[in-house]
Design a protein. Structure first.
Length: 391
């Protein structure tokens, strides 16, 4: 008999839906039934008609594999099991993680320079005095330490895997890796120094309008002192205001060759008067292998010739000590800045090298130092670079 209201055929007489299929899944996969009813990664029970055939499909999750069935499907060797609904059925699906043997990874340690030393690891797996290959398993972690022999100095790690002079690592090895250790004989170190003697090589640029004739962006190179890095406007006409300043320092004829390893670099300043207010001085390099001098701007005609120049990514902040009058002070180490300049394309021994000195926003502390126009032969800024040229 066809039911006209919904045009569906009822199940045959005596059909029931009270037989259960219960599926239990171990971690790592799912089981789905056809007809629909079971869809689980844990435990699920669904009712099916007596006499029906229910297909169960096991699917492993990523990183797992299907190991087999238990219960009503234990004799099935594939990932699909068909159960006949002649009674309630209990089925288990077993999954397990896929175990992948780790790959062997080669760590290569190479040595550069004319010095000697040893590279070791804490677990003693690495103990090299010359280029060596050490085998690890993928995922292993190793920390390397470089120790120089007497008469030599460990300069730095190279090759990009590690930098600086501290311990290298921990390195988590996921692929073949190379590390370079640079050792130099102490007798191979060289020092370069130069003083600013030309008034066009040190200059100041106002950040604010000090007065009508000393405006923001104006560069001056005629003062006998350098205001690092804030001008208090003492000695200016009434109504003048203080201003932060950019200070440009250009050192000519820097005979440090391209490829040199910069060990240290400092700029020496000589104070003009005692100053003690807290002062941080921020150093950048000029990102130019041939920086120009700083021409003096005409009154109230700003060129912004210091602030407009591109600077290095590297910087260094010097928390300057209190200055006594007419005393020499060495800046913080500027080797990172010098290294970036020497590594620029086109750098050659004998080029000029320039620095820009500023202060943090809102700072009113400053240090007064001699400029090239001070009239004293050995008081202008003095650059010293210690370096090494690898073989």
């Amino acid at each position: 008999m066809v039911l006209a209201a919904c045009q569906t055929t009822p199940p045959p007489p005596g059909t029931t839906f009270d037989l259960n299929v219960t599926v239990t899944v171990t971690d790592g996969g799912t089981v789905v039934s056809t007809p629909a009813g079971i869809d689980t990664s844990d435990t699920d029970t669904a009712k099916f008609a007596e006499g029906a055939s229910v297909s169960l499909k096991a699917t492993p999750a990523t990183g797992f594999k299907f190991d087999g069935w238990t219960g009503a499907c234990e004799t099935e060797a594939t990932d699909t099991c068909v159960v006949a609904m002649t009674g309630n059925r209990n089925v288990g699906a077993l999954f397990s993680a896929v175990i992948v043997d780790p790959q062997e990874i080669t760590l290569t340690v190479t040595f550069q320079g004319d010095g000697t030393g040893t590279v070791t690891s804490g677990d003693n797996a690495v103990d090299c005095t010359a280029t060596c290959d050490v085998t690890f398993l993928e995922g292993d972690a190793v920390t390397l330490t470089a120790t120089a022999d007497a008469g030599s100095t460990f300069l730095a790690w190279g090759g990009g895997t590690c930098t600086g002079t501290d311990a290298c690592g921990p390195l988590v090895l996921t692929e073949d890796t190379s590390v370079t250790a640079l050792f130099a004989l102490d007798s191979s170190f060289e020092t370069f120094s130069v003083r600013i003697t030309d008034g066009d090589d040190d200059a100041e640029e106002f950040v604010l309008d000090v007065n009508a004739t000393n405006v923001a962006g104006q560069v001056t190179n005629t003062s006998s002192d350098l205001d690092l890095a804030y001008d208090s406007a003492v000695g200016y006409p009434d109504g003048s205001i203080a201003s932060p300043v950019y200070v440009g320092l250009r050192f000519p004829g820097v005979t440090v060759p391209a490829g040199a390893v910069i060990l240290s670099a400092t700029i020496q300043f000589q104070s003009t008067t005692a100053t003690s207010a807290a002062t941080d001085l921020i150093f950048h390099g000029e990102a130019d292998v041939a920086p120009e001098q700083y021409p003096h701007d005409a009154a109230a005609v700003p060129s912004s010739d210091i602030s407009s120049r591109a600077t290095t990514t590297a910087s260094a902040t010097w928390s300057a000590p209190a200055f006594a009058s007419q005393t020499k002070y060495e800046s913080i180490d500027l080797s990172g800045i010098v290294s970036e300049i020497v590594d620029l394309d086109g750098w050659a021994s004998g080029n000029a090298m320039a620095f820009v000195v500023t202060g943090p926003d809102g700072q009113t502390g400053f240090r007064l130092t001699h400029s090239a126009n001070s009239g004293t032969a050995d008081s202008a800024p003095f650059l010293t670079i210690n370096y090494y040229v690898p073989n």
